[in-house]
Design a protein around this ligand. Structure first.
Ligand code: BGC
Length: 747
């Protein structure tokens, strides 16, 4: 038996078509007939090309590559142009290494700060994740290298990730968990999408026809290859039927034979195999761009530093302690991370860097006499009280202390979740002791997942958050500390006061392989705002060494959405970059909505005293909500309130605009309620006429008075078909059918 050939190839026997659908080994696809093999590799913040087979969790050696900031750091730039440059640099390194597809970006939503893999994801917000993810894909693919947007979908915990079911209601799935994927697929056309390990509402992603075919291909128009996460395929035949094209890694031919047998027995249509084979063949052809000469390692390191500096968030700066003066007073550097920087996460994304900037050395470039004491060790070795005492003495002897705190690689990684968000206890003790000895202490943080910072914020006058910044972290942090770079990073994730306040506190990471997303749409700031909870640092927060003013917010409704224009002025005495954030509220919405949602953002660089209008289109598709009755995106008509601000809790200007909505008419059925009918003026008139006839003209208001109730409200939840029983025989089934037909007439 043979199947039709993929375009551009010779006749292809069924066995060859099936063979194209699984890898040759860990990192290559098969060369079959005229279809060439291609190399895929991790991703996402560096090209992790293994030097041997059999290594997929960062255990084995890999070729050196530039380690750019992992997504947690990169997202803090809030800058798609910058992220696009990183994508392009990764594309160039991939091309030089002969890699056809780089496995990234990771755009899963940070549902809970404890997820061990949050360092590899961008944000708690789908717009930030989608805009930055699309920029990364555009940059990479512009170099002739394919992306693999992952992990599709609702993979928000590492615990039990190969079995657990993410149980999510449809509206939340669409508006929060699928939204970034949808944006990237529609606007950046990634060559591949990687399906996740987990189940979604009971069905494995790899076997999920609704997800891989109906949503991804039929709705979003994806025409690339769906690749499995490594080892995600349990039943290859079921996966192929659902829309999976490429199983990775290879199965040594075992699952290819199963596909052939399924086609021969008639349980799997041959065309399905043929279509998948054609997609893999097309991908292999796309990925044959000739390898380029080695990249300029120094230039890429310089880019890694520049990008890292743009990702640093200045969380706090009381009394203008920062920036420090180069060559100024004496500096005591404390903390093991100053000599052994933490700049990337553990697991499949772990890159062997081309070089690593050491913070202490870079600080000494600005403050040559800076002293160093470790203060603590991350592996618990050494005499803790001795280390602490030395740090206190050094801090007291200097004019200012710079204290590096954070999480070590083994405390968070792919493959497991944290069970708390605390700083290690010995570091908390050093913090207290050093601050008591030296009030002029700057805390510098390195971590992949959110930390509880309330104790740090209560003590330290200045805090720099580096998250994970890649191999240029050391220079980037020194540049910000000493003012060579004015910080412009913004938090892409809320810092809660305590873990008990977080949205999924009681349902993360689930149990017995079930995770219930009970908080629904209220993820991240959406939750803290709806519950009116204090947070330590809000989503979008980040200070600068200058100050900005936002004024004259203007809104204009158009066919593409709302164009917001706001004038931003640099009111300080240094050049700086502001990130204007636009949050939308829909006051009279017919559906439940978070108090405000980010619908647009833009960065602007301003000289001291300079003013500029910043225009941002709040796109129609981003303003829409997912209507579960119509099973589609709906733009609600009415008043939209838009606020421009410097964070989700620092809104500086607000205005409103009227927007014409979509006309959604869900057909009435016997299940429709009287309330739903009454909400539609034309249908309400039909109902009033029919009810009047049936009940001899008696009116609802008078009947309600007799019972002491608002009868119309009480009856609102009664489905039409229940009138049959409730009317005591006054209305028959046939009349109700006629009523429904009349209600729908003219709709
Ligand atoms: C990870 C993927 C990665 C793949 C290949 C999996 O364990 O979940 O993100 O791309 O391994 O290393």
């Amino acid at each position: 038996m043979s199947i039709d050939a993929p375009a551009g190839t010779g006749p292809l026997p069924l066995a060859d078509g099936a063979a194209l659908g699984s890898g040759a080994g860990m990192w290559t696809t098969k060369s079959v007939g005229a279809v060439p093999s291609l190399v895929v590799t991790d991703g996402p913040h560096g090209v992790r090309k293994p030097t041997g087979e059999g290594d997929h969790l960062g255990i084995g050696a890999s070729e050196p590559a530039t380690c750019f900031p992992p997504a947690v750091g990169l997202a803090q730039s809030w800058d798609p142009a910058l992220v696009g440059r990183v994508g392009a640099a990764l594309g160039a390194e991939s091309r030089a290494a002969g890699v056809g597809v780089l496995l990234g970006p990771g755009v899963n939503i940070k549902r809970d700060p404890r997820c061990g893999r949050n360092f590899e994801y961008y944000s708690e917000d789908p717009l930030v994740s989608g805009v930055l993810g699309a920029a990364w894909v555009d940059g990479l693919q512009g170099q002739g290298v394919g992306a693999s947007v992952k992990h599709f979908a609702a993979n928000n915990t590492e615990t039990d990730r190969m079995r657990s079911s993410s149980n999510v209601d449809p509206r939340t799935l669409r508006e929060i968990y699928l939204r970034a994927f949808e944006r990237i697929v529609r606007s950046a056309r990634p060559w591949t999408v990687m399906c996740s390990y987990n189940r979604i509402n009971g069905v494995f992603a790899a076997e999920n026809h609704w997800l891989l075919t109906e949503v991804l291909r039929d709705e979003w128009g994806f025409d690339g290859v769906v690749v499995s996460d490594w080892g995600a395929v349990r039943d290859r035949v079921a996966a192929v039927a659902a829309g999976l094209d490429l199983e990775m890694p290879g199965s040594g031919g075992r699952t290819d034979a199963a596909v052939v047998a399924a086609v021969e027995s008639g349980s799997l249509p041959a065309e399905v195999v043929q279509r998948s084979a054609a997609r893999v063949a097309a991908l292999a052809a796309l990925a044959q761009a000739p390898a380029t000469p080695p990249v300029d390692v120094d230039a890429h390191h310089a880019l890694a530093r520049e990008v890292a500096a743009r990702c640093v968030v200045l969380l706090k700066n009381d009394g203008g302690l920062l920036p420090l003066t180069p060559g100024g007073g004496s500096v005591a550097v404390i903390g093991e991370f100053a000599t052994e920087p933490r700049y990337q996460g553990g697991g499949s994304s772990h890159v062997r860097p081309t070089r690593v900037d050491v913070p202490l050395e870079e600080i000494r470039g600005y403050a040559p006499g800076a002293t160093y004491t470790p203060g603590f060790t991350t592996d618990g070795s050494g005499d803790a009280s001795r280390l602490r005492a030395d740090a206190v003495a050094a801090a007291a002897a200097a004019d200012v202390a710079v204290l590096f705190l954070g999480l070590a690689t083994r405390q968070e990684s792919e493959g497991f979740d944290r069970d708390h968000i605390e700083l290690p206890a010995e570091q908390a003790e050093v913090l207290t002791a050093v601050l008591a000895a030296q009030p002029r202490t700057v805390v510098v943080l390195s971590h992949g997942g959110v930390l509880r910072l309330a104790p740090v914020a209560a003590l330290a006058p200045a805090i720099l958050d580096g998250a994970l910044l890649g191999q240029g972290a050391g220079k980037a942090l020194a540049d910000v500390l000493f003012g060579a770079v004015n910080p412009s990073g913004r938090l892409a994730e809320t810092v809660p006061v305590r873990i008990q306040d977080t949205p999924a506190y009681l349902s993360f990471p689930g149990e017995q392989s079930q995770v219930y997303y009970g908080e629904g749409l209220h993820v991240g700031y959406r939750w803290y705002d709806a519950r009116e909870l204090e947070v330590t640092f809000p989503f979008g927060h980040g200070l600068s060494y200058t100050t900005f003013d936002h004024r004259d917010l203007g809104l204009e409704a158009g066919p593409d959405g709302i164009t917001a224009t706001v004038t931003v002025t640099n009111t300080g005495d240094r050049a700086g970059r502001e990130v204007v954030q636009l949050y939308v509220t829909v006051p009279g919405s017919a559906v439940a909505r978070p108090p405000r949602e980010l619908k647009g953002f833009a960065g602007v660089d301003l000289e001291p005293g300079e003013s500029r209008p910043v225009r941002v289109l709040l796109e129609r598709r981003d303003l829409a909500y997912w209507d579960v009755r119509a099973d589609r995106w709906v733009l609600e008509g009415g008043t939209y309130e838009v606020s421009a601000g410097a964070s989700s809790r620092d809104l500086r200007a607000t205005a409103t605009v009227e927007l014409a909505g979509d006309d959604v008419r869900v057909p009435f059925t016997l299940e429709s309620t009287l309330g739903e009918v009454m909400a539609d003026p034309a249908a309400a008139a039909v109902l009033a006429a029919v009810a009047g006839e049936a009940f001899g003209g008696g009116d609802v208001a008078t009947a309600g008075e007799a019972l002491g109730v608002d009868m119309a409200r009480m009856m609102a939840s009664i489905p039409i078909e229940r009138v049959l029983g409730l009317s005591g025989g006054a209305i028959g089934r046939e009349q109700l059918d006629q009523l429904v037909a009349a209600l729908n007439a003219g709709r």
